[in-house]
Design a protein around this ligand. Sequence first.
Ligand SMILES: Cc1cc2nc3c(=O)[nH]c(=O)nc-3n(C[C@H](O)[C@H](O)[C@H](O)COP(=O)(O)OP(=O)(O)OC[C@H]3O[C@@H](n4cnc5c(N)ncnc54)[C@H](O)[C@@H]3O)c2cc1C
Length: 137
Amino acid sequence: MICSPNNYIYDTDEGELADGVIRITTLANHDRWCALPENKYRAAKEEQYEASVASSVRFMPDFRRYVIDTDVFTPKTIRRFTWHDNGAVYGAPEKQLDGSTHLKNVFLCGTDQGFVGIVGAIVSGISMANRHCLVAE
Ligand SMILES: Cc1cc2nc3c(=O)[nH]c(=O)nc-3n(C[C@H](O)[C@H](O)[C@H](O)COP(=O)(O)OP(=O)(O)OC[C@H]3O[C@@H](n4cnc5c(N)ncnc54)[C@H](O)[C@@H]3O)c2cc1C
């Protein structure tokens, strides 16, 4: 996935964000990234950067000579900072759409109810409330 996120975000504290930011997201294997020793992990991140950018410029203007800063993160990074199992970005692979648990009257809302992303997590709260709390007796 290739996007230019700052093109449409207006930060109320900082005003208009600087343009020229490209974000590229690729599929990644948690176990293989985490199995690498530190030096190979760092080298693999460099290789992944080069490969993903080279792939992306097949679909967009070649921006490589204008790059002034880069950042690469992997499932290992996500696990370290969020504790998400397997470094998941969008929750569990198998969704529990109705949010029910083994406990009566305890329901989950969030990305594991199938509404991915931040907006999805917010919407799922509304959806679960409608489904479980606001139903007619
Ligand atoms: C690096 C990264 C970048 C992302 N970028 C974007 C983006 O640009 N736009 C977008 O829309 N989405 C993005 N997402 C996805 C988005 O962050 C998630 O879909 C969303 O935050 C999920 O919300 P949630 O409430 O379901 O789960 P979470 O935000 O993960 O909340 C779960 C909470 O439960 C707590 N918890 C877990 N286990 C227990 C337990 N046993 N007991 C008590 N508490 C527990 C955790 O500490 C956490 O606070 C990104 C995710 C990552 C990891």
